[in-house]
Every structure is written in structure tokens, then in C-alpha cells.
Design a protein around this ligand. Structure first.
Ligand SMILES: *[C@@H]1O[C@H](CO)[C@@H](O)[C@H](O)[C@H]1NC(C)=O
Length: 222
């Protein structure tokens, strides 16, 4: 029998104002590089890294009014000229299920090297020159959150690859590990072996019965 429990885990509760994530919105429009400088002049590391589903949900919510003006917001996401790869400004790579538009499958940063949260609420690439709003944030020790459900007695099957397999003491620790990796979408705790396996988007096919399993299914990008 499958039992679903609502789980919300807050790892670091950092903000006095009751918000987990410390994002600052720049509500004037400028290039990505000018937005980054503005963020740094305000004491932030730079443009915000919004790589996890929970951060995305929060960012979407706090930018509703600005996005309604028809302009997006620059983020700390770019095609680095030295590597030609798209990554977040902390060096991590975007999760495979990041909601891109207009190209849902491709990260087309060939000519447009700077990432924004678009006015329609998706990630997309722009050139530096276009004048947009910006989201500021810090790049280290980001607070993490894992929002999802627990299924008892079910394990993921058809696994193509895992992000990590770790010895843990409890299911809670397993959920926390999942929240620390922006790519984690499922974490399976094995009660008999005390192991935690984390899986990224699209790396498993379905779930099957295993009484020794307790599995956390994180709410992805929606
Ligand atoms: C990054 O930009 C270069 C051209 O400057 C391009 O060749 C490369 O494909 C781009 N990388 C991605 C992942 O879009």
C-alpha cells in the first residue's frame, strides 16, 4: 500500500523576514553585466543562481508584477567564453529538466550568452545588450529546501544512473541530501542497508514495491 506524506524540509533558515531565499530584485532595466555590477554594489556576490525547483517557484512568485511589464530578469546563468558551456555562476550545470523556452530541449546559448527568467516564466537566453531587470543573489552556502512527497514501500526502478549513494542514519538525512543537490528529483532510503540513493531528472522509469524502501519524490519545476 502506498502512503503519501507531505514533506517540507528547511535546511537553513537564514532570513529574518521569514523568507528562505535571499534574492534581491533590481527593478530598473540594464544589460546583464550592468545588472551584475549593481548587485555587487549592493553587497551580493552577483546575479542570482536559481537552479533548484523550490528557488524557481519562489522567484516566479516574487517577480509576477515585474514580469507583467513584458520584460524578464537576468540571472547568474551564462555561456562561458572559455568553456563554451552554459553554467550557473557558482560553476554548477543547469538541471536537465530546467524549463527553457522557446527551445525546451536545447540550451541555445550559441549567440545569446546570458540567461534570464523570461516574462512568461521560463528560462531563456539573451544577448548582454538587451535591457532587462535582474535578480541578485549570493553564490555560496545557499539555503536549500526540498519540497515533495514520501512514498512508503516503493523503490525507483529502471535506473539509468544515480547522482549519489551515501550511508545515512535516517530517512530525514536522505531527504536533506536530496535538497542539497539542485538536480535531485528522487531519493530512495533503504531501511535495511541505511543507504540513500539520489536520482536526477529522467534517470528512472517508474516505482515498484519494496517493503524496505522509503522514497522521497521531490516536486520538480512546474
Ligand atoms: C557558447 O557560445 C559559443 C559561441 O560563442 C558556441 O559555439 C557554443 O555552442 C555555445 N555553447 C552553448 C552550450 O550553447
Amino acid at each position: 500500500m502506498q502512503v503519501a506524506i507531505f514533506v517540507l524540509v528547511l535546511l537553513v533558515f537564514k532570513q529574518g523576514k521569514g523568507e528562505l531565499f535571499d534574492f534581491h530584485i533590481i527593478s530598473s532595466r540594464q544589460s546583464s553585466s550592468d545588472g551584475e555590477m549593481l548587485c555587487q554594489s549592493l553587497g551580493y556576490d552577483g546575479l542570482a543562481i536559481i537552479n533548484a525547483p523550490e528557488m524557481f517557484t519562489y522567484a516566479i512568485r516574487i517577480t509576477v508584477a515585474l514580469r507583467a511589464t513584458g520584460h524578464g530578469l537576468y540571472l547568474g546563468l551564462r555561456n562561458k567564453s572559455d568553456t563554451n558551456l552554459v553554467n550557473w555562476d557558482d560553476g554548477t550545470f543547469p538541471a536537465q529538466d530546467l524549463p527553457w523556452k522557446p527551445n525546451p530541449q536545447s540550451w541555445d546559448f550559441t549567440y545569446n550568452h546570458y540567461g534570464i527568467l523570461s516574462h512568461t516564466g521560463y528560462y531563456r537566453a539573451l544577448s548582454n545588450e538587451e535591457k532587462k531587470y535582474a535578480v541578485c543573489g549570493n553564490h555560496e552556502n545557499l539555503p536549500t529546501e526540498a519540497f515533495g512527497t514520501t512514498i512508503l514501500g516503493q523503490q525507483p526502478t529502471g535506473i539509468s544512473s544515480s547522482l549519489s549513494v551515501t550511508k545515512v542514519l535516517s530517512y530525514l538525512e536522505c531527504v536533506l541530501l536530496c535538497g542539497q543537490d539542485h538536480r535531485c528529483r528522487v531519493a530512495e532510503f533503504k531501511i535495511d542497508f541505511l543507504t540513500c540513493m539520489t536520482l536526477g531528472p529522467g534517470s528512472y522509469e517508474s516505482f515498484s514495491v519494496n517493503v524496505q524502501s522509503k522514497t522521497f519524490v521531490r516536486k520538480g519545476f512546474t
